[in-house]
Design a protein around this ligand. Structure first.
Ligand code: ZN
Length: 364
């Protein structure tokens, strides 16, 4: 069995990697594509959900002028403005989901913002991180060393690093610097509504409940509208790509086991549920998709076990070198290399294999 698309327009746009149209996807629910600059995902779906006289948003998308314009003009075409947004629910703290929150709040300080406490903690931890003052060692370089990355490639594994305070490190993100984003995140309000597993969102009308689905990030949550079987799945379940597991800084030690547990958890949902993901297209066939994702990770685990037996060098880098990557290990650079290593490490940790985390200590 395969999944079944619920929108030919969305499927076609995903295939062509262009922006799909704004679509009314259920009673009082609209999918609004917000572009992600220079990224193969092309866009994030922000979902607008009618709430009394206004609406709420799930994941407003990447920050930037074009993004803000894309979102607000879509709202305008639906008869709403930012002043009508009662609140924002966040599936997880990645920039392509949360980026526009500060700008929207700036325009309308009355709206609530709700997210899981673990992701709020991650924001605070991640964006206060810089050079480890105790050791003078950049944390990402420490990771590169622990994973057995050859020294001449250390500079590539900088993707998740936050710039040094003196600004001497250049940002390589391409679209908008990480410093800008860090600054934005430091302006997140202190009054965030903390979601727990099963929390109801503070709506004026209708009901949406949060389900904690740790894995892609530790605080990842999905939202469920029970009355008509809608699942706003964030990046937990996507139709055609496998969400990266293990990228979350500091989360390698629990990510894959959590993710598989969270796939299991949404097994309680109805087979007919409409899955409204943050990327790709909406679809039906949640349980088939869950099985595909579990199979994918099981294959990875088998591959790693075989590679462990085939080689003496059990560093994360060496194991990753021996795995199958869609465009080959040699084609992985910078962020993609980092993501591949993090994914490998998460799988190795799940198998109780030492991933060199013990080396993440100050060098004398
Ligand atoms: Zn995403």
């Amino acid at each position: 069995m395969a999944i079944e698309t619920l929108s030919s327009a969305q499927s076609k746009a995903w295939k062509d990697r262009v922006l799909p149209p704004v679509e009314n996807v259920a009673e009082g629910v609209w999918a609004i594509p917000v572009p992600i600059p220079n990224n193969p995902l092309v866009y994030t779906y922000c979902y607008g959900i009618a709430d009394g006289s206004g609406l709420i948003l799930i994941d407003p998308g990447w920050d930037g002028k074009d993004q803000y314009l894309a979102l607000t003009s879509a709202l305008g075409s639906l008869g709403f403005s930012v002043a009508n947004v009662h609140g924002i629910a966040i599936t997880h703290y990645h920039r392509d989901h949360i980026g526009l929150v500060p700008a929207l709040l700036h325009k309308n300080p009355d709206m609530w913002v709700a997210m899981h406490g673990e992701d709020l903690r991650s924001i605070k931890r991640f964006f206060s991180q810089s050079v480890d003052l105790g050791t003078g060692v950049d944390p990402s370089i420490n990771i590169a060393r622990a994973y057995g990355v050859p020294e001449d490639r250390w500079s590539e594994v900088e993707s998740l690093q936050v710039s040094k305070k003196d600004g001497s490190k250049k940002d390589k993100g391409g679209a908008g610097s990480k410093d800008d984003f860090a600054l934005l995140m430091s302006s997140m309000p202190d009054t965030i509504t903390i979601l727990e597993d099963g929390s109801e969102l503070p709506l004026e009308s209708g009901a949406l409940r949060a389900l904690w689905t740790p894995g892609h990030t530790y605080g990842h949550s999905v939202f469920i509208r029970d009355e008509d079987q809608l699942l706003f799945s964030g990046d937990h379940v996507l139709p055609t790509i496998t969400p990266n597991i293990g990228l979350d800084s500091g989360a390698i030690t629990h990510s894959l086991g959590d993710y598989l547990g969270s796939l299991d958890k949404i097994g309680q949902l109805d087979a007919e549920v409409a899955v409204l993901p943050a990327h790709g297209f909406r679809f039906q066939g949640l349980h088939d998709r869950r099985r595909e994702l579990v199979d994918h990770h099981q294959q990875r685990l088998d591959e790693i076990t075989a590679r462990m037996e085939a080689t003496e060098d059990h560093s994360v880098y060496s194991i990753a070198q021996g795995l199958h990557w869609s465009r080959g290990f040699e084609s992985l650079h910078n962020f993609n290399l980092f993501a591949a290593l993090a994914e490998t490490a998460a799988h190795m940790h799940y198998l109780d294999i030492e991933v060199g985390a013990g080396a993440l200590v100050p060098q004398a």
